[in-house]
Design a binder for this molecule. Structure first.
Ligand code: GRF
Length: 208
């Protein structure tokens, strides 16, 4: 059984999707054993508490540099024997030493079809504002491994979602969460825990 550590900064609806999937027995060979929040007021912490999951708060302002913060994060992950890290709306920048230590063991969810609307500055509602501005008919979500390049790691699963004529950034964000993020994130984590993801270069082969 692999220990899953989930990193959060906000509402934690993706964390909730993972918890619900685990309860339904859909995270095969994995258990969420730790939640790390970069904000003490993250509602995700309540979700952890309500489900008896250990949590830690790591505030960036308590560390002199991104490297120091990343070392503290690695220490917490290692102390808790975390095998796989899930970034579920984690908004604090971490150094490349984290993906170096956890090579192909950090999974992120991005609310667009990478390589569209991703990289620096594309977070939260900005992603959906950009998609609507460009007038795309399809957006979606991507689950990928984290490497040293922002949103550049090997892609595990992508799920397209239709854009409606009357969408606002908020309505599009919600539809992408419901129809894509909350489904493909638990699926990818389960596949990982079962050892079914093989990384070949920048491609991920899913061994079903
Ligand atoms: C999600 O849209 C996710 O794709 C992005 O951050 C948001 C987190 O939302 N990385 P939540 O905290 O899981 O509700």
């Amino acid at each position: 059984m692999l220990n899953i550590g989930v990193l959060v900064s906000g509402g934690g609806t993706n964390l909730q999707a993972l918890i619900d999937a685990e309860k339904r027995g859909e995270i095969e060979n994995g258990k969420i054993t730790l939640v790390v929040a970069s904000r003490s007021d993250a509602y995700a912490l309540e979700r952890a508490k309500n489900n008896n999951i250990k949590s830690e708060v790591l505030l960036r302002k308590n560390y002199a540099s991104t490297d120091d913060y990343s070392d503290a994060l690695l220490e917490v992950l290692e102390e808790n024997n975390i095998d796989v890290v899930v970034l579920a709306g984690f908004m604090t920048i971490i150094s490349s030493r984290v993906p170096q230590v956890y090579r192909n063991r950090i999974i992120n969810i991005h609310p667009a079809l990478i390589p569209s609307f991703c990289g620096k500055g594309y977070y939260g509602l900005h992603v959906h504002e950009a998609a609507l501005e460009r007038g795309v008919k399809v957006s979606g979500a991507t689950v990928h491994f984290v490497n040293e390049v922002c949103d550049g790691g090997p892609i595990i699963i992508q799920q397209p979602v239709a854009v409606m004529d009357d969408d606002t950034p908020e309505t599009l964000q919600k539809r992408i969460m419901v129809e894509a993020e909350w489904k493909i994130l638990p699926k990818a984590v389960s596949l990982f825990c079962q050892g079914k993801l093989e990384v070949v270069g920048n491609r991920v082969i899913v061994k079903e």
